[in-house]
Design a protein around this ligand. Structure first.
Ligand code: FMN
Length: 236
């Protein structure tokens, strides 16, 4: 069967002849999870980085863009956070999606590079006003004395940005909201995978599993030059 006509969302198994475009499959699964809202944040992925001592660390982030071709994913974070510190030291990263309701898992491994500033600006502009302020309010991953100290810090920084004093940000009317620029320490990472695995749950733990690899070489302006994917079926 021609792989182009196979719908990744109706396939109960990976095709006998493995598809040559695993990113299309992963994107179709993500889109279906989002459109059917299988969980509160269906675009959640676990992002695993490695610290200066080689210690892996994982945490959830939201996949905000999935570009099939040439093939990268985007998440947003604080560039001073632990994960960013890890990535500045070692750009290797693993990402993991799991949609339990569909019995599907997607594993990706690759390298992360900061998104172009204009792309982070454009995404930041789409965030709601409170989330824009929140990006200024928290020094993600830094120690904190108390929750009250954080709330006070958020308030102080909001006032510095021109927000008038208020007991609750929610009480500030739309007309009273100053424009909040993107903090220079907040933005996106593009993750360029060189390895991807698709997994479909099977009966009696006889799952369906295949891994694809490609080469990813640094190119110009933070982009990468990629080769075709080559797939291998794996025992579960
Ligand atoms: C469902 C979910 C989604 C999250 N999305 C993000 C995100 O997109 N970006 C982010 O920086 N943190 C996100 N977080 C918080 C992170 O898991 C983590 O606590 C934070 O980024 C600090 O991680 P770090 O200290 O390892 O850098 C999310 C947490 C959850 C539970």
């Amino acid at each position: 069967m021609d792989e182009q006509v196979i719908d990744p969302c109706s396939a109960k198994r990976l095709p006998k002849q493995l598809p040559t475009d695993p990113m299309r499959w992963a994107k179709a699964w993500l889109d279906e999870a989002v459109s059917r809202k299988v969980q509160r944040n269906p675009n959640t992925m676990t992002a695993m980085t490695v610290d200066e001592n080689g210690q892996p660390a994982g945490r959830q982030v939201l996949c905000k863009d999935f570009v099939e071709d040439p093939g990268y994913l985007v998440f947003y974070t604080n560039y001073k956070s632990d994960k960013s510190r890890h990535l500045e030291h070692n750009d290797r990263i693993a990402l993991l999606f799991h949609w339990d309701a569909f019995g599907r898992q997607v594993r990706l491994e690759g390298r992360a590079v900061r998104s172009p500033a204009a792309e982070s600006d454009a995404y930041y502009a789409t965030r709601d006003w409170g989330s824009q302020l929140g990006a200024w309010g928290s020094d993600q991953s830094s120690p904190l004395e108390s929750r009250a100290a954080l709330i006070a810090q958020v308030g102080r920084r909001a006032m510095k940005l021109g927000v008038k004093a208020a007991t609750s940000l929610k009480s500030i009317t739309v007309d009273e909201r100053p424009i909040i620029p993107r903090p220079p320490h907040w933005g996106g990472y593009r993750v360029w995978p060189h390895r991807i695995e698709l997994w479909i749950e099977g009966e009696d733990r006889i799952h369906d599993r295949a891994r694809w690899e490609r080469s990813v070489e640094p190119g110009e302006d933070g982009a990468f030059v990629v080769s075709e994917w080559s797939g291998t079926r794996l025992q579960p």
